[in-house]
Design a protein around this ligand. Structure first.
Ligand code: C5P
Length: 360
């Protein structure tokens, strides 16, 4: 009964949700490690990472928008004339009269992406991930308020159970003594290199809470702009990245500048090593998948996908670090999975779906 585009025969809607869950798990781990594995004096600039993220995401979106137009049936064929046509068409669409609408989510996302660095540098990965799930509730609230979305009582119940499930998983992580599974080697939680990076949980919690609000508002706003117009998703993404550039460039002016280290780029890219590039790459991928998820499903469902990422990163630590699976974890993640599935049932089918899992 699923409609919409498919990937290898599977609905893009689900492929993108699962990919997003894996991406989220990878991002939290890699980003945290990239921040805490070096002393502050040798760490890279988060402002540069936020800017690079937007530049890369915008360029990729531009190429996709360009190729879609160049290969569209009404295009004048390939070759120089066709490419020129596609280039001009993308530019016309990007600089259309309503492009300003993207300035609001663009600013919110830049703030959010910067807050994420503060949060993940000051909290253990598991704590960050679980607390960041509060964005499911802020997103639901903004969806109801701005998109006039009506959530059936079964959807509210699913949200409630999702919060409970996440809480149970958190109990599990909090009582876990093997810190390295959630905090990669070299972080402040390891016994040896304690001097490396000092975390400030209060700062981390403040940042993550603020990020939950910008996430909910920006996501719903983007969904509103996307679904209330016929403009192409990739064109919207280019507009989003373009409006992100001024707020992303602004903080760069406040970064220390050392002429001895070379020019502006050399200064911006100081200490930008493999882990920093990995963080940016995973973020770019995440931004692109997020856009697809918002288009083909919705923001609330996106929240469920990312909550699955908690389960995924825990399972990864079972494989990588020899973690033990406990009953608490199994119960918590089962609640998350059932809530996700229940939220996704078509109207009127929820009860049938619930009764069909209860034997007898
Ligand atoms: O946590 P949340 O799902 O709100 O994060 C969304 C992320 O996806 C942000 O980093 C934002 O920059 C990115 N994004 C994007 N393009 C969109 C929508 C979101 O790059 N169209």
């Amino acid at each position: 009964s699923e409609s919409g585009p498919t990937v290898c025969g599977l609905p893009l809607k689900y492929v993108s949700l699962v990919t997003l869950a894996v991406q989220n798990a990878a991002l939290s781990i890699v980003m945290h490690y990239s921040r805490v594995s070096t002393p502050a004096a040798q760490s890279y600039s988060p402002a540069t990472a936020v800017l690079l993220n937007e530049m890369l995401k915008g360029s990729i979106s531009f190429v996709i928008a360009f190729l879609r137009i160049a290969y569209a049936s009404d295009a004048p064929g390939l070759g120089v004339a066709g490419w020129f046509f596609a280039f001009r068409r993308v530019c016309q669409e990007v600089f259309s009269v309503d492009c300003w609408k993207l300035s609001i989510p663009a600013l919110l996302y830049v703030i959010q992406n910067s807050l994420q660095f503060v949060a993940i540098s000051n909290l253990p990965v598991a704590t960050f991930q679980v607390t960041y799930q509060m964005k499911i509730l802020t997103t639901a609230a903004f969806s109801v308020a701005l998109l006039r979305k009506k959530l059936s009582s079964s959807k509210w119940i699913s949200l409630f159970f999702l919060a409970i499930g996440v809480g149970i998983v958190q109990l599990q992580t909090a009582s876990t003594r093997h810190v390295p599974a959630n905090t990669p080697v070299g972080s402040a939680h390891d016994s040896a290199p304690l001097h490396i990076h000092i975390m400030s949980p209060l700062k981390g919690f403040g940042a993550v809470t603020a990020a939950c609000f910008t996430s909910g508002l920006a996501g719903v706003y983007f969904e509103m702009v996307l679904k209330n117009s016929k403009a192409d998703l990739w064109v919207r993404n280019v507009q989003l990245s373009l409006f992100s550039l001024p707020p992303a460039i602004f903080p760069i002016f406040f970064e220390p500048y050392h002429p001895a280290h070379g020019g502006l780029w050399a200064n911006m890219l100081r200490n930008f090593g493999g882990w920093a590039w990995a963080t940016v790459t995973i973020q770019v991928l995440g931004g692109l998948i997020t856009a697809i998820v918002i288009k083909y499903s919705d923001n609330i469902l996106k929240g469920f996908a990312t909550s699955l990422s908690i389960v995924l990163s825990f399972l990864a630590s079972v494989v990588l670090f020899g973690f033990h699976i406990t009953p608490t974890f199994v119960i918590g993640s089962s609640v998350v999975l059932v809530a996700t599935w229940m939220y996704n049932q078509p109207p009127g089918k929820e009860l049938v779906a619930i009764t069909s899992v209860i034997p007898g």
